[in-house]
Design a protein around this ligand. Sequence first.
Ligand SMILES: Cc1cc2nc3c(=O)[nH]c(=O)nc-3n(C[C@H](O)[C@H](O)[C@H](O)COP(=O)(O)O)c2cc1C
Length: 258
Amino acid sequence: MNVFDAIIQRRSHRGAFQKRAVDPDDLEKLIEAARWAPSPFNVQPWELVLIEAAEGKTALADLTEQAVIAQFKDPNFLNDNSRWMRVKASEWQQRGDGVLLSEHVTLPKPLQNAPEKFLEELLNNAKSFTLLGHLGAGKMPAREIAIQVREAPLLMLVTMNCKRFPPGQGGTRWMWLSMGMLIQNVLLAATALKIGVQFVSAPFESAVDREKIRQLFNVPTSHEVITLLRMGYVDTVGGDSVRKQTSEFVHIEKMKAK
Ligand SMILES: Cc1cc2nc3c(=O)[nH]c(=O)nc-3n(C[C@H](O)[C@H](O)[C@H](O)COP(=O)(O)O)c2cc1C
């Protein structure tokens, strides 16, 4: 697959994967892609933990489950979330941003056939619905995500070694940018190998959970745990996604005053 096709066809894979383990040759290619990411002064601040055994997967699945349950009880999270959730596919496509509600969470049975208008109202008032979270509405989606984490053939924990700091005032900024470079290399290589990838961000939201993850995987205190990628083979790459039009984010010479 050429690089342009990989860029266009890469998707966040939220469903199940094929059961088979990632082939060692393919894993080597993913790691090789990561290895060649750029970084300031070539500091290469990254270290990766590959997790294939049940023990590590279960620990991360449990943390993810608890983190998602907590998100459903957090008014600020729900409020911010609703800003980017799209109920109607047509609105999602027209706006070219955000995520489709039905792709992100399996709604509880009574809501699955609810009119779109009702769901939109629900989202718009999400903040006041933390009560539902306290009553356990987050449990089902949380369990679903946890199962997906536990059953993924491969988890990749991405960490940053803060001791490998580049010179200059902007060090932290350049370090984080480098981590993004590494992750995108992995995502593109995975696409070319028909390996689907999903970010699992929930357990990285809180400092307490990050600390638990650090300890669970023996990550030194000098390192920051950045994110978790769950991955496995998929039948086909590509699928629905949306983006803004180029005219909405590309400016010639200067940005127009808004
Ligand atoms: C830093 C970062 C964190 C993300 N966290 C999650 C996540 O926790 N769960 C998830 O399903 N997708 C996550 N995503 C994927 C985005 O939702 C996705 O990239 C966006 O909706 C566009 O869809 P596409 O990647 O399929 O084109 C994350 C992406 C990035 C870059």
